[in-house]
Design a protein around this ligand. Structure first.
Ligand code: PEP
Length: 249
């Protein structure tokens, strides 16, 4: 992991009500959480301010999406400026569900990333291939293409970016990438960044793995040298999220 602080995100997706949120937050407060791990929970927009008001400052809160300009006639959308205004400092962008269900293309994701970073938000930027793409031998091509689109958007703000490698076939399927499969992509992505961004960026940027991470498989994945954390969907709603946060212990 070479000095990169382990970072674990929870993506609640469109789940949770106040009762369940209170349970999840109480469980996180009880922990105990490894103090050397950065924790970020991705919360449905309507609950962001509520969650921010009940979590300890040591746990960051992220939106799961945002729009690409500060304000205006964009019915239903939320801007980075609004997130900042209610104390939210992180946003998850380019999640595979945004890409596949809501049709977000590389270019739009890049515009959102650029504006979020310009607005002072930190970004978890998600990339990853589908099963079809993997079986066609296109995993690297897809992951590099998605990351390439982000380069001009990120510019010199890499310190505020976490990349999440999430193979689509592993998200919500119970089918985790093996540690070898994940490490292989993380390592080649880091090499690609060394050439196409800079060696410093490649060394410093944290690359999370996401896709059916559980308490049972997290330690093996966390032991891989290029896996610097996780983005966790389903299991982030459960008590085992604490064990995933503590995966490097
Ligand atoms: C995700 O939503 O980013 C994710 C990885 O989901 P899950 O852990 O449920 O596969």
């Amino acid at each position: 992991i070479m000095g990169r602080k382990f970072v674990v995100g929870g993506n609640w997706k469109m789940n949770g009500d106040k009762n369940q949120i209170n349970e999840i937050v109480n469980n996180l407060k009880k922990g105990p959480l490894d103090e050397n791990v950065e924790v970020i929970i991705g919360v449905p927009a309507v609950y962001l301010a509520y969650v921010k008001s009940i979590v300890p400052d040591s746990i960051a809160v992220a939106a799961q999406n945002c729009w690409k300009v500060p304000k205006g006639a964009f019915t239903g959308e939320i801007s980075p400026a609004m997130l900042k205004d209610v104390g939210i400092n992180w946003v998850i962008l380019g999640h595979s569900e945004r890409r596949s269900i809501f049709g977000e293309k590389d270019e739009l994701v890049a515009e959102k990333v650029a504006h979020a970073l310009e607005s002072g938000l930190k970004v978890i930027a998600c990339i990853g291939e589908t099963l079809e793409e993997r079986e066609a031998g296109k995993t690297e091509e897809v992951v590099f293409r998605q990351t390439k689109a982000l380069l001009p958007a990120i510019g010199d703000k890499w310190a505020n970016v976490v990349l999440a490698y999430e193979p689509v076939w592993a998200i919500g399927t119970g089918k985790t990438a093996s540690p070898q499969q994940a490490q292989e992509v993380h390592s080649s992505l880091r090499n690609w960044l060394s050439t196409n961004a800079s060696p410093d960026v490649a060394n410093a940027v944290r690359i999370q793995y996401g896709g059916s991470v559980t308490a049972a498989n997290c330690k093996e994945l966390a032991a891989c040298s290029d896996i610097d954390g996780f983005l966790v969907g389903g299991a982030s709603l459960k008590p085992e999220f604490v064990d995933i946060i503590n995966a490097t212990n």
